[in-house]
Ligand binder design. Sequence first.
Ligand code: AHM
Ligand code: MG
Length: 335
Amino acid sequence: MDKKNTTLGEFIIENQSSFQYSSGELSKLINAIRLAAKVVNHEVNKAGLIDILGGVGDTNIQGEDQQKLDVLANDKFIQTLKNREIVCGIASEEEDDFISVNSNDEKHQNKYIVLIDPLDGSSNIDVNVSVGTIFSIYRRVTDIGTPVTLKDFLQPGINQVAAGYIVYGTSTMLVYTTGDGVNGFTLNPAIGTFYLSHPNMEFPETGTIYSVNEGNYIHFPQGVKDYIKYCQREEEDRPYTSRYIGSLVSDFHRNMIKGGIYLYPKSSVASNGKLRLLYECNPMAFLAEQANGKASNGYKRILEIQPTELHERVPFFCGSRKMVEKAEEFMAAQA
Ligand code: AHM
Ligand code: MG
């Protein structure tokens, strides 16, 4: 069969047997995410048409205003995962604490936990700019048959079994890895089917795009300031092009296709930057490494950081391998 005619559903089945611990559970879980993605996609696409925009008046645990679509996306993903009884626990950017899921008939028998950022870049919704969903999947570490605990969620990123994102962009794509490369699927909205459009995605080894919120320049550490100046210097393939959407999923997606680096460093006003380790940086880092790219906190591999809190933040440098290494050189020079 022409690979490009492969649907996501077919791809999941075909690849189930090649997955080391395959029991079908992970396939069901990715299928549930596929379904929730289509529902959220439908809502995101009609956001400008109906009275669904704007804040709901709540703030989440990080003190940020929640947008209606954040709440809706959060509900859809959690409901879908709960209803299908395929996970034992869920943590979300929009929930203060993790959720323990108990199937009706069998007590706590599922082995996977999911961490999600249901709608990342949500400050972009009101202005019709791409947003995304990020997900990360682990095997629980506590005993099956008991409720999940925080320990199940505070695992280093290297333990991830699968991770991915959905980008609600000019077209909607679901991109994911189960540790055997990265594949991208584009939604045909007419029939509601994802097709394999980007098999074996890889970051170019280097690139000419840097993505950072330069408005924060004054607050950045000296190593980051020096790296930005390096990007802007006229030499060889530089100055680089600056591209920053403010939507991590979209910035990452573009950089993976074209070659580039994304930076969200710490600053004098945010000691660990902004992005969350568990449901933003770890899944993106897993994807980056699976796509021949690199992800670091400026000094060390993101995937090896031992988390201590559900919503902890971490500086994030991610993208084409050589570019991340160069940024790390500048950081090390100022350490
Ligand atoms: P969010 O989870 O509240 O949407 O924040 C995460 C987003 C990322 O998608 C994006 O890269 C970053 O925040 C932009 O932040 P800033 O506006 O500070 O540059
Ligand atoms: Mg987010």
